[in-house]
Design a protein around this ligand. Structure first.
Ligand SMILES: NC(=O)c1ccc[n+]([C@@H]2O[C@H](COP(=O)([O-])OP(=O)(O)OC[C@H]3O[C@@H](n4cnc5c(N)ncnc54)[C@H](OP(=O)(O)O)[C@@H]3O)[C@@H](O)[C@H]2O)c1
Length: 256
């Protein structure tokens, strides 16, 4: 889908990748709906969207609240009449070791990554089913969702859950012309996630990540893993026997 003159909802757009995607799309005369909890940061993003020639609607809210998420979709439709593209981008992956994790911390991560996506997904499907040309629902997933990573088990599990859920949705929503995309970045250096000793060759800037996400949306790539080097490492890793994979991950986890 051409990414201009469209109504685009981006969740988790007060900072990081979501903000970078919103700003990248703002140069193409779109109507952009941004949402997250931090109102002041959203207002700043909205100002910049407008300066760049697009319209902005900023709605502060907590995506863990089902009604608030449905309200965001409704307000977007009330203002712009439809939603062409939704990027469900909210997520976080704080480090957690299973040796001493508490149930609440593990389940909270599932809520942030999975529940936040579902709370928007259902009202979006209801809306897009009324649109003759359907629409695009995309999730900012992660390469971490393809492999249980040390200190990131709960995050890998949550992202894998999103991906598998969307695999089913992609098939079921085809008759309604709703295209479902899973966009999987590797390491991205954001305000919250400063480089953690990861070599530059294995990281992306937020603008680079946003560029890949725009490519995934424009070309409607069902499952897009990026950047290419980390994609290849992920794919090779998946193909290795479990015992070999475990040895490599153990070594990585214990090396400084
Ligand atoms: N950074 C990476 O290396 C990387 C790699 C692969 C995938 N990803 C994925 O990319 C996505 C964006 O992450 P990021 O790195 O850009 O992190 P970030 O800067 O922390 O962005 C997360 C966004 O989600 C919003 N958010 C969090 N909890 C929320 C809630 N309960 N309700 C509403 N909004 C909420 C935050 O805004 P408020 O705090 O204002 O609510 C913020 O706008 C996530 O899904 C992440 O898993 C990141």
């Amino acid at each position: 889908m051409e990414l201009k003159d469209k109504v685009i909802l981006i969740t988790g757009s007060s900072s990081g990748i979501g903000k970078a995607v919103a700003l990248a799309l703002s140069h193409k005369h779109n109507r952009i709906v941004i949402t997250a909890r931090r109102k002041e940061l959203l207002a700043d993003v909205a100002d910049n969207i407008q300066k760049n020639g697009s319209e902005a609607l900023s709605i502060a809210g907590d995506a863990l609240d089902e009604e608030q998420a449905a309200g965001v979709v409704q307000q977007a439709v009330d203002r712009f009449g439809r939603i062409d593209i939704a990027l469900l981008n909210i997520g976080a992956g704080p480090s957690l070791n299973t040796a001493n994790a508490m149930p609440l911390d593990i389940k909270q991560n599932m809520r942030i990554n999975y529940d936040s996506m579902i709370n928007f997904f259902c009202p979006l499907v209801r809306q897009m089913r009324t649109q003759a040309d359907g629409g695009i629902i995309a999730n900012t997933n992660s390469l971490a969702g393809f492999q249980g990573m040390p200190t990131q088990g709960q995050y890998s599990a949550a992202k894998a859950a999103c991906r598998i859920f969307l695999d089913t949705a992609r098939i079921e929503l085809k008759p309604y012309n709703i295209r479902v995309l899973t966009l999987c970045p590797g390491f991205v250096v954001t305000e919250r996630n400063k480089q953690r000793g990861i070599p530059r060759s294995l990281t992306m800037t937020m603008d680079e990540a946003a560029g890949h996400i725009l490519k995934g949306l424009k070309n409607e790539i069902r499952e897009y893993l990026f950047p290419p080097l980390l994609r290849n490492i992920t794919m090779v890793g998946k193909a290795l026997p479990q015992s070999v994979r475990e040895k490599i991950l153990t070594k990585l986890a214990t090396s400084d």
